[in-house]
Design a protein around this ligand. Structure first.
Ligand code: SAH
Ligand code: SF4
Length: 351
């Protein structure tokens, strides 16, 4: 395969149809090709037997079909699975499959190698940004995970800030949504942001997706400290952007709130949170902070989590407590670092 070829997994249906048109081919073949790639899992154009031999030859001269397999798979005792992928420039990204009720699973996908946002509680943030992932690198995490089992929901909550890589992320979503391809409905996909206000508006204008916002504090003083992005877009601006974000009837914005002991877990915080979210169609995910070496922050005591949640519920605010899964394999929220793990834990399957 010629590496100078364009990767088909980074093309939307419109891109592909337009290319075919430019090459003097029938545009409608695009749908057929998409189906071969995403539904039948074709890895070469030769397999596409309902296309003419000459079209197949031409396609294989101009396009390539990338096909990922994880370099390493770690399985947690709770069923969570972490995949490590090696990219063509030697960098790595991690993707996490989280088992849900029944046979269902949610896939947590990365959008960047590292992250530039420098949130103080997040391991990914401590390494800085190496580079954006291309659309095909985002799509391929899903394609590779699908070879290992079903993926019902997709969350862009792995490494990276999706809105800091907006164009590639939007294109990847368009590809994941393709009717004749993977066919994920926009209700099945959630994008989580630390709060890049102008990009939130642009996202809402350009594509439909569920929005999650990592809030994590109820005052600018605390949020400035935890999440430096707040110095640029403080709480009032962030919440205004949430109010303006287009929502379907019955759709809500998810607010992620990591509870960190003695930092943001007081009852006063819970009260402020209710006030801040007043008038916004919101649900809150309460996530006890996952400790990691190199950070002094501590997990909250469970009574505090309980009290926090009880207060929110008493004010008719939807608040779900989320225990992060996969902690024993460093697959939980904020623990992804994208470096090959040289000493996997005993009992974990690694290949
Ligand atoms: N950059 C995006 C998406 C990836 S981070 C964002 O920040 O929203 C995914 C989630 O993990 C965020 O909600 C973040 O607040 C949370 N997180 C980061 N570090 C964590 C930690 N140590 N414990 C628990 N959650 C953490
Ligand atoms: Fe980046 Fe999100 Fe981690 Fe902040 S919480 S450093 S935005 S990945």
């Amino acid at each position: 395969m010629d590496s100078s070829c364009i990767d088909i997994k980074g093309l939307t249906l419109t891109d592909l149809a337009e290319m075919l048109r430019r090459w003097g081919k029938e545009k409608f073949r695009a749908r057929q090709i998409v189906k071969w790639v995403y539904v039948r899992g074709a890895t070469s154009f030769d397999e596409m037997t309902d296309l003419s031999k000459s079209l197949r030859t031409e396609l294989s001269q101009r396009l390539m079909i990338s096909d990922w397999s994880p370099e390493q798979v770690e399985r947690s005792h709770d069923g969570t699975c972490k995949y490590l992928f090696r990219l063509d420039d030697g960098e790595t990204v991690e993707t996490v499959r989280i088992p849900m009720e029944g046979e269902r699973a949610t896939l947590c996908v990365s959008t960047q190698v590292g992250c530039a946002m420098q949130c103080q509680f997040c391991l990914t943030g401590t390494f800085g940004l190496t580079r954006n992932l291309r659309s095909e690198e985002i799509v391929n995490q899903v394609c590779a995970a699908l070879k290992e089992g079903p993926v019902n929901n997709i969350v862009l909550m792995g490494m990276g800030e999706p809105l800091h890589n907006l164009d590639n992320v939007i294109k990847a979503l368009e590809i994941l949504y393709l009717d004749d391809g993977l066919g994920y409905g926009s209700r099945k996909v959630t994008l989580s942001t630390s709060g890049l206000v102008p990009q939130m508006a642009e996202l809402g204008r350009r594509i439909t997706v569920n929005l999650a916002v990592s809030l994590n504090a109820t005052t600018d003083t605390v949020r400035d400290q935890l999440m430096p992005i707040n110095r640029r877009y403080p709480l009032a601006q962030l919440l205004q952007a949430c109010r303006e974000f287009p929502l379907k009837p019955r759709q809500k914005i998810t607010f992620e709130y990591i509870l960190i002991r003695d930092v943001n877990d007081s009852l006063a915080d819970a009260k402020r949170l209710v006030k801040l979210l007043h008038g916004i169609k919101a649900k809150i995910n309460l996530i006890p902070y996952n400790e990691h070496p190199g950070s002094d922050y501590k997990s909250p005591i469970s009574e505090q989590v309980e009290a926090f949640q009880t207060y929110l519920l008493s004010r008719q605010v939807v608040a779900i407590r989320r225990a992060s899964k996969g902690r024993d394999i460093s697959a939980a929220c904020g623990q992804l670092k994208g470096k090959a793990n040289d000493s996997p834990q005993q009992g974990d399957e690694v290949r």
